[in-house]
Design a binder for this molecule. Structure first.
Ligand code: BG6
Ligand code: MG
Length: 225
């Protein structure tokens, strides 16, 4: 007999959830800010987690009080992405965050489908280097959507691809804006990181270490009480 779970599928954000790339995004934006002549702090970077590259650039330029034409913006975003890709040139499975691989394989063995739902246009390029692409039912990144988080487009598309209702799907996110997206479309949400920052999640885990289907089911059980 197959055990009934309190959820039918999962959707994972990429940067900062599956893979340890959030720091490289920050380093690249900080380098750009410094080249443009101003400081860019880790706190300011928190605001940019989850949003698209061009939306992030607007935030950075705003911080530096810099106005730029569309053409200049495209050049600046390309420069940031070139640095980001340079940082990632040797990325491999060692960049997968602790506990993630075990949880993904546990889901896979239990035939619970899961998808990737990322704002990053680089996710589709990085994920094959991690050796985990085959585990995902669907991989959707910033190239597959027209609206960026906090709009829920990427999560809705991912749930549709798995033929699951959002209310039966858990979204894993490390960004406040990604959690806003999940909640606005009726998904269950699990924050990955600091509960003070991710206060809008249904529940928060520090990392996937010691995480399992059983722990997740218990968390959902608590929610439904
Ligand atoms: C999100 C990150 O996943 O992707 C953001 O949290 C990043 O920090 C965004 O800016 C877009 O990423 P990329 O790889 O398309 O520049
Ligand atoms: Mg993220």
């Amino acid at each position: 007999m197959t055990k009934q779970h309190l959820f039918e599928a999962c959707i994972f954000d990429f940067d900062g959830v599956i893979v340890d790339t959030a720091g490289y995004h920050y380093m690249s934006w900080r380098k750009l800010a410094s080249q443009l002549g101003f400081e860019f702090t880790e706190e300011q970077n928190e605001e940019m987690k989850g949003i698209s590259r061009m939306d992030s650039l607007d935030v950075v330029l705003d911080i530096g009080n810099i106005t730029a034409t569309q053409e200049e913006k495209i050049k600046l975003a390309k420069q940031k992405n070139d640095w980001y890709r340079e940082y990632l040139s040797n990325v491999d499975e060692s960049a997968i965050l602790p506990g993630v691989y075990n949880f993904l394989t546990e889901l896979s063995d239990a035939n619970i489908p899961f998808a990737l739902g990322s704002a990053s246009k680089n996710a589709g390029f990085i994920i094959p280097k991690l050796g985990i692409s085959h585990l995902f039912h669907t991989i959707l990144d910033g190239n597959d959507t027209t609206r960026s988080k906090p709009d829920p487009e990427v999560f809705i598309k991912a749930a549709e691809s798995m033929k699951k209702a959002p209310s039966r799907v858990v979204v894993f996110e490390d960004s406040y804006k990604g959690l806003v997206a999940a909640q606005s479309a009726g998904f269950m949400s699990c924050g990955v990181g600091d509960p003070m920052v991710l206060a809008n999640a249904d529940f928060v885990i520090p990392t996937f270490e010691k995480f399992s289907i059983e722990v997740l089911s218990n968390q959902i059980d608590e929610l439904e009480k």
